[in-house]
Design a protein around this ligand. Structure first.
Ligand code: ADP
Ligand code: GLC
Length: 474
């Protein structure tokens, strides 16, 4: 089977979060199962572009309403990622350093999607499945089905994976003029709640829709920023497939970002050496448990609660632990995390920014990783942490519910709490300190975690099965 993934992110080309990790890994594992998997994404001006070789495979000319533009599709020539990678360049729109965050993101991603579909229509060779990810690419199932110019693509199965339903890409209905001429009877599919909603349109137009964990799919039916009835109505074609992790990139025995490697037989010394590096670099106390957070500093991740949790932990539990926070996001959260630096007595530090290498060192050197997410469609941090023998302390939601069992329950290994509140999280910190002080149990739990298998194999089979069912019309 041949699958073409369309995404705004793909590691190591461009990554802002877990979407990049997933799209950088899933095609590799699909290939391992004997399928042909490719990725097409925008050609941002990232380091990857400067450091690698490409050839031009297509040049096209198309339009966003009355704005006509040239686009170029280039292909990476050395199979660096383990699958074919295509980048779409559109002068003036995609040729920027960052992935998102520009005032004209709607125009950028609409133009990208139009260029992708235009290119696929010009290509004589058609894939079996077009698999699109998140709202930036969610108009493609509609376009291949209902735009007159792309009718030759309408028999290709389309699958939409929702990595985060909080972001739907809503914009004014006036922007429907951007969509190439389509069957006007279908205009209703573009609209949801009075706005042009790309994610809602994708849910209605794709042949199959998935979320990145089963529990998150359940949650979407009850709470999905206005899409609840849609999830209920489209129930028949939706399912939750848990993400896996790239066990080559994320392996403490070979990780290219860390110097002190370890595995299940040597984790005690290995983790200690990585912890020593972190503690030295960030002025922390190696004798105390190291509790960390890595991620986007936004409300969905519960990052706004961190400063108060750190203050309360020091005050109520005592100076029995270290905190190290790596993240970037909302300026007010960044500011508050920096603002409480004065509290540190060699037991708190933060690095505000995005640093892939530091994240690997933290997974390797930390004892605990906090994930107080209000919303977590899957979450990869806890899966990386498990593989690196770092205990996840998580709110019981979405993919965290599906992957972390509390160590108080049979077969458990993590710490779970119920509410995204300062109190519940501080209690999680207290339990972490208690667990850390029972060294034998801590060692057993680390061993148990490192043996867990969250590799892609099972999920890849679930995706292939889904593609096959889509093609059979089931
Ligand atoms: P999301 O995609 O919602 O941000 P995930 O848990 O799926 O959450 O994935 C987050 C990914 O981004 C992980 O690979 C994590 O290590 C990485 N990450 C997040 N913030 C940073 C940061 N500031 N520096 C380095 N890596 C980060
Ligand atoms: C999103 C979600 C995260 C998930 C990731 C990869 O960014 O917020 O939970 O792990 O996508 O699917």
């Amino acid at each position: 089977m041949e699958i073409i993934h369309v995404s705004a992110e793909c590691y190591p080309v461009a990554k802002a979060g877990g979407l990049g990790d997933v799209v950088g890994a899933l095609p590799k594992y699909q290939k391992d199962l004997g399928h042909v998997a490719k990725v097409v994404m925008p050609m941002y001006r990232t380091k990857f572009l400067r450091d690698n070789q490409f050839e031009v495979v297509h040049k096209g000319y198309t339009h966003l309403n009355d704005y006509w533009f040239n686009y170029t599709v280039i292909k990476e020539t050395t199979n660096k990622l383990g699958f074919d990678l295509y980048l779409v360049d559109i002068y003036g729109l995609l040729d920027r350093e960052k992935i998102y965050g520009y005032g004209d993101d709607t125009e950028r991603f609409f133009a990208f999607q139009i260029a992708v579909v235009d290119w696929l229509a010009a290509w004589k060779h058609h894939p079996d499945v077009i698999h699109v990810h998140d709202h930036h690419c969610a108009l493609i199932p509609f376009m291949v089905k209902y735009c007159y110019a792309y009718r030759q693509l309408q028999n290709i199965a389309t699958v939409l994976t929702i990595h985060n339903g909080q972001y739907q890409g809503q914009t004014g209905m006036d922007k429907t003029v951007y969509i190439p001429d389509y069957d006007l009877y279908k205009r209703g599919l573009l609209e949801w709640g009075g706005a042009l909603n790309p994610l809602a349109c994708g849910i209605r137009s794709a042949w199959k829709v998935t979320t990145v964990s089963p529990t998150y799919m359940e949650e979407m039916r009850h709470s999905s920023m206005g899409l609840e009835p849609l999830f209920e109505y489209e129930k028949g074609k939706t399912s939750g497939i848990l993400n896996g992790i790239d066990t080559v990139v994320w392996d403490p025995a070979t990780d290219r970002y860390i110097e002190d490697h370890y595995d299940i037989t040597s984790f005690a010394e290995g983790k200690q050496r990585n912890k020593a590096k972190l503690c030295e670099r960030y002025n922390l106390d190696i004798r105390k448990p190291l509790i960390t957070f890595i991620g986007r500093l936004v409300g969905d991740k519960g990052a706004d609660l961190l400063p108060q949790v750190i203050e309360d932990s020091f005050y109520y539990i005592g100076r029995k632990m270290n905190f190290m926070i790596l993240g970037s996001g909302l300026p007010e959260i960044e500011g508050r995390l920096q603002g409480i630096r004065h509290l540190s007595r060699g037991d708190y530090n933060t690095y505000i920014g995005y640093d892939e290498a530091l994240s690997h060192l933290i997974y390797a050197g930390a004892d605990f990783i906090l994930m107080p997410s209000r919303v977590e469609p899957c979450g990869l941090n806890q899966l990386y942490a498990l593989r690196y023998g770092t205990v996840p302390v998580v709110r019981n939601t979405g993919g965290l519910h599906d992957t972390v069992i509390d160590y108080g329950d049979p077969g458990g290994y993590g710490i779970r709490f119920l509410h995204a509140s300062v109190q519940d999280m501080t209690h999680g910190v207290w339990r972490s300190v208690e667990l850390f002080n029972q060294q034998e149990m801590m060692g057993e739990i680390r061993q148990r975690m490192m043996q867990l298998d969250f590799s892609w194999e099972a999920s890849v089979r679930a995706y292939v099965d889904l593609y096959e069912r889509a093609k059979r019309g089931e």
